[in-house]
Write a protein that binds this ligand. Structure first.
Ligand SMILES: [Zn+2]
Length: 262
């Protein structure tokens, strides 16, 4: 009974909030990395996007007006992470806040001596535990050109959200029952320490050196690479790539291989 009710509700949302074809095509064009997905996957992605937009509000801040295309472009990047996972991974928070460009979060933190500091560094994005995802639209837009920017801000922040599903971000999201956490932790830590050493000796890495910041940032940055330039991750950190294929239930490097062979 429960599942048929859920199915009915899902169907009703999909019909009531269907995305017009032109808007869908325009939004897909903004994200060239999605070209590697099959038509069937893109159709499932479209359903996920509709359900995501029904569940979350995407609101502008500091005068920014979020256009329908911006909503879909942001939702697409959120949903690519959970294409083969339950959308419930994003439960427990409600909104995406979009600034026109970088923002100063203004939150405070207390150091070990009890002194309160205000963060005044401008940021491009932030994912808050049990709170919103905050994005600078200028940086979401810059991310559309991976070759030039080497980043994907939206995927990065939504990866933090998955990580925060079981508490503060630490680079270990809740894993499915068949994935032993100790294997994940050992693989991620070995790769993280290896990457940190490369960054410490000022090596010019193909992966954004920001990944050396913490295990949480390592997970978020490597998730960007996994989805947008998967062959790079497979080449640089095969163990991490394999763990990600199990966690995300996708094998993106195999898709790009198919495209190259075609
Ligand atoms: Zn981050």
């Amino acid at each position: 009974m429960f599942s048929s009710l859920r199915r009915w509700r899902r169907q009703r949302i999909l019909q009531a909030h269907a995305i017009p074809e032109g808007l869908w095509r325009d939004s897909l064009e903004a994200l060239p990395f999605l070209a590697m997905y099959t038509d069937g996957e893109i159709a499932r992605l479209r359903d996920k996007v509709v359900l995501f937009l029904d569940a979350k509000s995407i609101v502008g801040a500091r005068g920014h007006v979020v256009t329908p295309r911006q909503r879909v472009v942001i939702a697409l990047q959120a949903c690519v992470l959970v294409l083969n996972l339950d959308l419930a991974y994003y439960d427990g928070w409600e909104s995406v806040v979009v600034y026109p460009d970088e923002f100063v979060p203004g939150w405070e933190w207390e150091d070990e001596a009890g002194v309160v500091h205000t963060n005044s560094d401008p940021m491009a994005g932030e994912a808050m535990e049990r709170g919103p995802v905050i994005l600078s639209w200028a940086d979401v837009e810059a991310s559309q050109d991976w070759e030039a920017s080497g980043m994907n801000l939206a995927i990065h922040e939504f990866a933090h959200k998955l990580d925060m599903r079981n508490g503060a971000a630490n680079g270990c999201p809740p894993l499915p029952a068949e994935m032993p956490p100790h294997v994940w932790k050992k693989t991620m830590l070995a790769a993280y320490e290896h990457f940190q050493k490369r960054v410490d000796r000022a090596e010019r890495t193909s992966i954004d050196p920001y990944a050396a910041e913490s295990p949480a940032e390592f997970f978020a940055v490597l998730s960007e690479v996994f989805f947008v330039e998967p062959r790079l991750l497979r080449h640089e950190y095969l163990g991490v790539y394999q763990q990600f294929t199990h966690f995300y239930r996708q094998e993106p490097a195999a898709r790009t291989q198919l495209l190259l062979d075609a």
